[in-house]
Each structure stands twice: as structure tokens, then as C-alpha cells.
Design a protein around this ligand. Structure first.
Ligand SMILES: [Zn+2]
Ligand SMILES: [Zn+2]
Ligand SMILES: [Zn+2]
Ligand SMILES: [Zn+2]
Length: 305
């Protein structure tokens, strides 16, 4: 602390500070001094956070957007909650009426706020009314866990999700851009929608999820295999992949573009964006007495030039 800036010592000697302040207070004093010396163009954080509080709907606690309503006593309310209030102000119980709070709407328009994914690395500062739109598309917004077998609520960036898949879901991890997998299921006639398998591939400095699962294609049971890219869609488009499955002298080949894990596994499956094999064909490929599913799926991932 002794090596701190000189104004720190000055503020500490101000007469109103009687006791030596505890550590936290010392930091506060420094911040205040900083504010005074900063350029006037910087928004004052204290004022901004005060206005942000004013812009919080007292009922749903969400940020309010136009039209913002107010009662005759000046209490504000968001447009989503207003119809549910039976014309009573939730704060003072007076009649609500139809008064719009233009002043607050205008103050909000003048606000610039950091993206809510700041802690994930986004440095964007956005006008109040376009912040939500940015956040819905922010490249730093965390991803949902790509594991399909359960309602996993884990969210995070890609490195976090890779370790999460490995440690918490015990997913198979493979290095390299080619693969040769055998999916074996001893009683394929019991296979319903809930059967799935996930393997994570690491190549080109990226991670890919290979999904394999049984689903109902119309009335017919079928299997689908597809690849998802652990990253955003614009980057996923730089890659292609192929999958092949066969046996008994026949084979089915699929070439596709991995889908971003921003698209849910279910969405990809339901758009049939992958290698689809009907169960009859899959059992034929498996050979044997149709009692066991033994599908060999080979594949390759490559980067488009
Ligand atoms: Zn509300
Ligand atoms: Zn009121
Ligand atoms: Zn952002
Ligand atoms: Zn998970």
C-alpha cells in the first residue's frame, strides 16, 4: 500500500476520515479520487448503477423497455407486467391508468452498458436498447453442455465444456481427424428414442462432437450419426465431414457440414442433418442373425480451404 499513488495518502489525511479505514474502505477512497481525476467523458459508474436500478421492474425485476408505465404517484412498471396488475400500481396500490414514463425511457436511451458476458471476455459497451440484441448473439455468450442424454444445465466456454464432458459425463475423447467406430447394441429391438452415444474429437485445434443415436423416423426405427462443432456457426462452416457405414457389400455415405453446438442436438436430429440408416438396413449391415446391432462407422473431418 505504501507504494500507492500519492493522492491516496492525501485522501487518507482528509479531516473527515477519523479512524484509519479498514482495507475495503481504503480502496473506496482511491476509487473516488480516481473518479474526480478522470475525463468527463467517462460515464459516472455511481450514476449509471442508480439509473439501472430505476430501470428494474419492481415486479419481474427485469430491465424495462419502452413503453415504461407509471402510476399517478410516479411508480414505474414494465409493459409485460402491466396487463397483469388489474390496473393497480404494485407499489402503492393506486389506480394505474395509462401514463407512460417518457423521461425514464429517454434516460435509458442515453445509457451505455457493458455486455453481460463481460466476465467471459466480451469488451462490448452497448446502448441500453440494443444491449439485449447484442447479448442474444454475443460471441462470448456461454454454450450449453452438448451432452444429449440428460438435462444437463452446465454452461461455459469450450475449454470448460470439454473438461466437463470428460470428467462429468465420462465421454470418450479422441485425437485426430479420422475415426473408425463400432456401435454395438445387444438388443436393438428395444432401442427407443433415448439411445445415444457421444464421442469428442480433437483436431485442427478444435473440438467436435460425434453423435450416434436411435430415433423414430416416421413409423420406422432408425439410427442417425452427425457431427457438431464446439464453437460458433460461422467457424463450423470452415469444416466438412464424411461418415460411412456398411456391410455385406453395401454402404451408405454421408457428407456434411458440422453444426454448431449452439443448435441443440435435438434440432440437428430432427432436421435429419446427418447419416441416417433405417434399422432394417442397420441390422443387415450388422450381419449375423439380426439379434445384435454391430455398426461400423468410419469418418473423416477436414478443413475447407
Ligand atoms: Zn415487469
Ligand atoms: Zn404507485
Ligand atoms: Zn458481448
Ligand atoms: Zn453436461
Amino acid at each position: 500500500m505504501a507504494s500507492g499513488p500519492s493522492y491516496f495518502d492525501d485522501s487518507r489525511n482528509k479531516p473527515e476520515v477519523i479512524d484509519p479505514p479498514p482495507k475495503e474502505d481504503v480502496l473506496d477512497i482511491r476509487e473516488n479520487v480516481n473518479e474526480n481525476t478522470q475525463s468527463v467523458l467517462k460515464p459516472n459508474p455511481a450514476v449509471t448503477s442508480g439509473v439501472r436500478e430505476l430501470l428494474e421492474c419492481p415486479v419481474c425485476l427485469n430491465a424495462m423497455y419502452p413503453p415504461i408505465s407509471q402510476c399517478s404517484n410516479g411508480h414505474t412498471l414494465c409493459s409485460g407486467c402491466k396487463p397483469r396488475m388489474h390496473n393497480r400500481c404494485p407499489t402503492c396500490r393506486h389506480e394505474l391508468g395509462n401514463i407512460r414514463c417518457l423521461a425514464l425511457e429517454k434516460v435509458a436511451a442515453s445509457l451505455e452498458l457493458p455486455c453481460k458476458y463481460q466476465s467471459f471476455g466480451c469488451i462490448g459497451i452497448h446502448p441500453y436498447y440494443s444491449k439485449l440484441k447484442h447479448e442474444s448473439q454475443c460471441a462470448f455468450r456461454p454454450y450449453n453442455c452438448p451432452y444429449a442424454g440428460s438435462d444437463c444445465s452446465a454452461v461455459g466456454d469450450i475449454p470448460f465444456l470439454v473438461s466437463h464432458l470428460k470428467d462429468d459425463h465420462k465421454v470418450d475423447m479422441h485425437n485426430g481427424s479420422t475415426f473408425n467406430h463400432r456401435y454395438v447394441k445387444s438388443n436393438p429391438h428395444e432401442v427407443e428414442n433415448a439411445t445415444w452415444m457421444l464421442t469428442v474429437f480433437s483436431c485442427f485445434g478444435q473440438y467436435f462432437c460425434l453423435h450416434f443415436e436411435a430415433f423414430q423416423l416416421g413409423m420406422a426405427p432408425a439410427y442417425i450419426a452427425f457431427l457438431r462443432f464446439m464453437g460458433d456457426d460461422n467457424e463450423a462452416k470452415n469444416y466438412s465431414y464424411s461418415l460411412e457405414v456398411g456391410g455385406n457389400g453395401r454402404k451408405v455415405v454421408w457428407q456434411g457440414v458440422p453444426r454448431s453446438i449452439r443448435d441443440s442436438h435435438r434440432k440437428v436430429r430432427d432436421s435429419f442433418d446427418g447419416l441416417i440408416v433405417q434399422r432394417n438396413m442397420a441390422l443387415f449391415f450388422s450381419g449375423g442373425d439380426r439379434k445384435e446391432l454391430k455398426l461400423r462407422v468410419t469418418g473423416r473431418i477436414w478443413k475447407e480451404q
